[in-house]
Design a binder for this molecule. Structure first.
Ligand code: GUN
Length: 282
């Protein structure tokens, strides 16, 4: 039997419609949420992400500003821009698209963003709040994954959850959010022994490593929920996830496609965080 497809495109479209209504109400109160997106250099994948974020802002009615800086931008110039945006009254959210060119210090840039405008939830203050379970913003991709799981009516409490990948952007916060929902969580990474065996224990498997089709059909427990965060461009330009979708869908109970699964959910959460930032700024 083929797995149920978790349609992130459809769920995100609904969330964006809800946010559009919320923004219309805020506008009547004289509040227009504003998002500033900083992109440094010309990484083609980052360019696509930033364009999609801009389109979502336009649809919902969020004011958006894009700061496209050349690859040679210095740390001082970037920090000066962040400081300016921290003080800009019509900007409630600041997002600096990662990765930054190698000569720039990502950690310092993230720390310079006001935690109140940190709609990515990457600032150490927000990361700490998430750890405690008392937060204003959730990181966009892990929160989008949680929304998709909830939307499908999938219970997390007591389930074996395996997260493959330990990045600060996805793996680590994803594990924490699953733990908040009472999952029994295992985090796997490049040094994990018997990855296949650990994955096969998962009732809910989240793949976020950036290795094309690493997760094969025989690494999945029959009926499991498989969430694929990967977005990998193959040499022939085909876009694939971290899961071998064709094989996995024959084993899993539910699965996200790539594209059209987690990706659109990330953007919907970013929009939600921006609206929230504008609301709590009042
Ligand atoms: N690069 C890949 N994912 C993200 C994200 O969620 N936020 C930012 N700022 N950069 C990214």
């Amino acid at each position: 039997m083929s797995a149920k497809i978790l349609d992130g495109k459809a769920v995100s479209a609904r969330l964006k419609d809800e946010l559009k209504e919320e923004v219309a109400t805020l506008k009547q109160q004289g509040i227009q949420p504003g998002l500033a997106v900083i992109i440094v250099g010309d990484d083609p994948a980052s360019r696509i992400y930033v364009n999609n974020k801009k389109k979502a802002c336009e649809y919902i009615g969020i004011h958006s500003e894009e700061y496209a800086l050349p690859a040679e931008t210095t740390q001082e110039e970037l920090l000066a821009l962040v400081d300016k945006l921290n003080h800009k009254a019509d900007i409630h959210g600041i997002l600096c698209q990662l990765p930054l060119p190698k000569h720039l210090d990502e950690e310092a840039v993230i720390a310079a963003i006001s935690p109140k405008k940190d709609v990515d939830a990457f600032h150490p203050v927000n990361v700490g709040k998430i750890m405690i379970g008392n937060f204003d913003f959730l990181p966009c991709t892990p929160a989008g994954v949680m929304e998709l799981i909830a939307e499908a009516g999938i219970e997390i409490a007591g389930k074996e959850c395996v997260v493959v990948g330990r990045s600060n952007i996805v793996g680590k916060p994803q594990a924490m959010l699953l733990l908040h929902q009472h999952g029994t969580v295992t985090i796997c990474h490049s040094r994990t022994k018997n990855l296949a065996e650990v994955c096969r224990r998962a009732d809910i498997l989240v793949a976020a490593v950036g290795v094309p089709e690493l997760i094969k059909g025989d690494m999945i427990k029959p009926g499991a929920v498989v969430i694929d965060v990967g977005m990998n461009r193959l040499p022939d330009k085909k876009l694939v996830g971290d899961v071998d979708f064709e094989a996995a869908k024959e084993v899993a109970g539910a699965i996200t496609p790539v594209p059209g699964g987690v990706g659109p959910m990330t953007i919907a959460t970013l929009m939600k965080n921006t609206v929230r930032a504008a609301t709590i700024a009042q």
